[in-house]
Design a protein. Structure first.
Length: 558
């Protein structure tokens, strides 16, 4: 067996089976660039030592910027391996490369490095390579901690450039500093292509800071690239005004056969939180979003994009995501795409829960697309639960089962929409649209179930319900069910309107737990202008612009 030969720092290359020594290196006024093992590159079976780097604190007249290279200032290739290095900085401007200042390729592997910033500094830390990672190269499992009190922390978990081939990112941990700006790239600051795969990374933002997290790539993901299963947390333990932007996989677009990871997001309280489950831009081709989970903070503003911040096209598919809004907050949910869905794009089967409100809150849900669904795009089978009101304030819920509008031959999913109840003395307002505000072309609505909600004595609730939406041209609605269920003294009341009840589509109305109402004979049906009023006990439902004859076949009872 060939033995490694321990060698001290070399200004050239580390090659063959050479192994760097374990050094302790400290910057000073005369030494602003430190290199752990090789001033050139590392290749063959060479290995870096486990080095410790310390940057000096800033004093008058001392240099401001320090640059440290954990193993090689150049590239790493063949079977080279980086050491497990530790970097600690206190100066105002610092750059550190955990393994290679340039590229990593072939079967090279980064070490498990630790980076720590301190004070109001500008820090740029590269976990493994300052350039690209390609071939079968692999990043190490690195740990990053930012400085606080000003400045900027920029962390690249693996590559500052791009990742391609069969490259794989490490499982990295990022903690941002407070009162500063934190930007963390889980794997690469650029693009991920080929069969590159992101690591399973963990991100935590800093308090009173601007935090931006990219789970895998700051740019695009294409080919067969795959995102890791990442965990994002705005701030742990206490609320603090901050701005958090989370990109689960790619800050740009996803195309080809790229696939997002199964990510978990938790927003901060008293903050502005924007979540992109997979891509900040478009998802196209046969790319697929991951199955992500989102949780908002209280007293905050949240915008959730389950898969794409922009459009979904081609054969793109959304993941099956779970969303929970923040309490006493403004929550906006886009189940799959913030923009349009076209081609044969398909939405995931998502679950939405709005935040509850004791003061005031609002929730807007788009089950699949915030814009138009066209072509042969298809919505997922989504489940919605609006936010409840429990105090003297008000809450509002606006639910679109599929999209703002539908055209072409788009098809809505079979969705379940539940409004929010009022348990307090304030008010709750629910507007439920099973598919879209307007439907045209040969668009087709899903078979949806819409639940009106209740108000306790002393409070009010209103429920406005569209099984499909405004039908235009040759658009066709689904077979929808409208449910009115009382809960003891809490009733749906009399402010209930069905805007598009259609017997031709076999729509039906269900009354459940309504005192004194067990069958069709217990209903009182009257005409009021162009509307039909259905009175069930103390509850009443208005069928807007409906003048037909209702029969027992139009109702269900429980």
């Amino acid at each position: 067996m060939f033995k490694f030969k321990r060698v001290p720092f070399t200004p050239g290359d580390l090659t063959n089976h050479q192994w760097g020594t374990d050094d302790v290196l400290a910057g000073d006024s005369n030494t602003t660039i430190l290199i752990g093992d090789a001033g050139g590159s590392m290749f063959d079976f060479s290995r870096g030592g486990n080095d410790t780097f310390t940057g000096p604190s800033f004093t008058g007249g001392a240099p401001i910027h320090y640059t440290f290279y954990g193993d090689a200032a150049g590239s790493m290739f063949d079977f080279a391996r980086g050491g497990d290095d530790t970097f600690t900085f206190a100066s105002p401007s610092n750059t550190a490369y955990g393994d290679a200042g340039d590229d990593m390729s072939d079967h090279s592997k980064g070490g498990n490095d630790i980076f720590s910033g301190a004070g109001p500094a500008t820090n740029a830390f590269y976990g493994d390579a300052g350039g690209d990672i390609s071939g079968h190269a692999r990043g190490g499992d690195d740990t990053f901690t930012g400085g606080s009190g000003g400045g900027t922390n920029t962390f690249y978990g693996d590559a500052g450039g791009s990742m391609s081939g069969h490259a794989r990112g490490g499982n990295d941990t990022f903690t941002g500093g407070s009162f500063t700006s934190n930007m963390s790239y889980g794997d690469t600051g650029g693009n991920m292509t080929g069969r590159a795969q992101g690591g399973d990374d963990t991100f935590t933002g800093g308090a009173f800071s601007f935090n931006t997290f990219w789970g895998d790539a700051g740019g695009d993901m294409s080919g067969y690239a795959r995102g890791g299963d990442d965990i994002f947390t705005g701030i742990i333990d206490f609320p603090a005004p901050s701005s958090n932007t989370f990109y689960g996989d790619a800050g740009g677009n996803m195309s080809g056969h790229a696939r997002g990871g199964g990510d978990a997001f938790t927003g901060s309280s008293e903050a502005s939180n924007t979540f992109y489950g997979d891509a900040g831009g478009d998802i196209a081709g046969s790319a697929q979003g991951g199955n992500d989970s989102f949780t908002g903070g209280s007293l905050a503003s949240h915008v959730f994009y389950g898969d794409a911040g922009a459009d979904m096209a081609g054969h793109a598919r959304g993941g099956n995501d779970i969303f929970t809004g923040g309490n006493d907050s403004a929550n906006t949910f886009y189940g799959d795409a913030g923009g349009d869905m076209l081609g044969r794009a398909r939405g995931g089967d998502d679950t939405f829960t709005g935040g509850n409100s004791s003061l005031t809150g609002s929730t807007t849900f788009y089950g699949d697309a915030g814009g138009d669904m066209s072509g042969r795009a298809q919505g997922g089978n989504d489940a919605f639960a609006g936010g409840d009101s429990s105090g003297p304030g008000s809450t509002s819920n606006l639910l679109f089962g599929d999209a703002k509008s539908m055209s072409g031959c788009a098809e809505g999913g079979d969705d379940t929409l539940v409004g929010g109840s009022n348990f307090g003395t304030g008010s709750a307002s629910n507007i439920l649209l099973g598919d879209a505000e307007s439907m045209s072309g040969c668009a087709e609505g899903g078979d949806d179930i819409l639940f009106a909600r209740t108000a306790a004595p002393g409070g009010t609730v209103s429920n406005v319900m569209w099984g499909d939406g405004l039908l235009q041209g040759g658009a066709d609605g689904g077979r929808d069910l409208f449910v009115f269920k009382d809960d003891g003294p809490a009733t749906v009341g009399t402010q209930n309107t069905i805007e598009d009840f259609r017997q031709s589509q076999h729509d039906r109305i269900k009354f459940s737990n309504v005192a004194g109402v067990l069958s069709f004979n217990d209903l009182v049906i009257t005409q009021s202008g162009a509307d039909t009023l259905v009175t069930a006990g103390s509850d009443q439902v208005t069928l807007h612009n409906f003048a037909g004859s209702l029969t027992a076949n139009d109702f269900l009872f429980a």
